[in-house]
Design a protein around this ligand. Sequence first.
Ligand code: ADP
Ligand code: MG
Length: 625
Amino acid sequence: MGRIHILDENVAARIAAGEVIERPASIVKELVENSIDAGASAVSISIENGGLRRIQVSDNGIGIEKEDIPLTVLKHATSKIEKSKDLEHISSMGFRGEALFSIAAVSMFTLRSRPKGAETGNEVRVTGGKVDYIREAGLPEGTTAIAENLFFNTPARLRFLKSVSAETGAVSDIVSRFILGNPSVSFRYSSNGTVIYHSPGNGRLIDALVSVYGKDIRNNTAYADMTFNGVRVYGYIGKHTFYQKSGRNQSLYINGRYVRSDSIRRAATKAYGERMLKGTYPFYVLFIDMPFNEVDVNVHPNKMQVHFRDQGKVEYVVGEAVARAVEGNEQTQVLDISAAASVSALIDDKGESISSEKQNETGHAAYDLKDDKEKDLSNEEKDIIRELLPREKKTDKPEIEQGSLFADDGFAFAENRKDRDAYAAPVKDREEPVPLSGISSAVYIGTAFNTYPIFEMGEVLYLIDQHAAHERMIYDALMADGRVISQQLLIPEIMTFPHDQMLVIEENMEMLAEMGIDAEPFGNLSIRVTAVPQIVGEINIRAFFEDILEGAGDKRNRVRLIKDRVARAACKRAVKAGWKLSEDEIMNILKEITVSGVIPHCPHGRPLAIAITKTDLEKGFKRIV
Ligand code: ADP
Ligand code: MG
């Protein structure tokens, strides 16, 4: 008998599986990706002993049909890919159909699932790759996967593992990246029965950050957002004062997928310029949304590398987005630090202060086109950037004195001293601090520049940004459950789109209708829009749809993100003139501030209000020091 023999199929499977599933964190990653692919809005993850004893991931996603249950644990069984051609357009997280197979090969694996709308669920149990049983089971809708006694049949792999605490840490790290990358999904993560993370899943990125990093992160970060040539970069960057000792707290998502990229890291770091201390790293949670055919995410499950077709362009947008956020943020610190501190002292003692997160998408940020960046761009592109980012703003700012109250560059500041004094004049002096007991104490002072209603409440003046508040109202109204009231168009609008975009529209007709947008196919490549949400008023429908469809090649957006996208587009496109908030509406904003102690933000991250404390004013007037 020769010495060479073919490996038993099962042994081969175990070896291969060990390559996909290196450690508990890889299992968690695969299972959570499946949950997200299944459209779950809530995912619960629990591990025991670093995941070695037990890993459980439950979701409320679409579930798995009875006849598919045994298939899921077979190699190359997937519902996500049909032709090899699809490989070029991968958008769902997993696609190789080998994750569950691999997990089941190296653990005692249980999969329970009840598809949406099905009467009952089913459970399959696999030990070391061999199916023990499949049976019906009473289950909630959704899917639960449990992997127990990991690597019980591959002791060699077990020896490669680090300590239980290191494995736990690796799982926590993976979970945190999912939380940050999926603000619309509520995650609950526990280790040995202790809840580590619990994210609200309310769609707000800042709240996802708070779930992972704690509430101080609000004060330590600034919002960045910039779109250029089809590439949008947005997210939170750490203030330069919030430097890190390692690059651990840097998260990058390309079209929703967590990746690592040294070049993006360098571009982001470089944007801090001299502000960054040597040997320190910036904090960031950044998203790059771009056309699918311009990026290649390496498909190996454990490598998360990316290649861009136009590396220079992406680095450029990242650099500018970060630089502008860093710069804008420095300008506001003059005011915000004391304002935030004193307001938070007034409002609550939980340490939750007025968020000074800030966004520069208004384009007011000072901006210099750096020569080295300019090199790679065409003249046309340079012109576009110049137009986007007015550079003159830098110089025409008044010196910062009391006027610094209005130095926030998202804010129209008074041009000269006289105006500024007049502006501050109506503030009454009070002997006694009035506690912020409720909004009944709010006094309307007037409206500045026809745009910013001013309220005095206790020891604080609030300037409301009507525009931002209005956007927020539209956003909330469209995101709410239930049907949005629509308004018929006098003349229906007919628009033509490329086929892939048409498919996105067709797939989402029903959701659009629920959001108050009535559209119907009009031939193969056109739609006819007959009604829009009443709350948006008159709207440029073409531009509105273009905003919605921007980057629509992203299949993940097709299924889950589109509602948020539509709502954002509606805010952006709603006619901006003549917005007047009713008193009720303003009171609601004030109420929100007093209840949470945090100034709410518009969907683009701009604050709905600016708070100025009496102490700030007194300091400004040198009544106190
Ligand atoms: P892949 O994700 O690459 O398709 P997997 O082995 O991870 O392969 O999963 C196999 C198939 O099982 C998926 O294509 C999907 O149809 C189904 N599946 C796995 N997990 C879930 C889940 N949590 N909810 C719904 N379906 C799931
Ligand atoms: Mg998968």
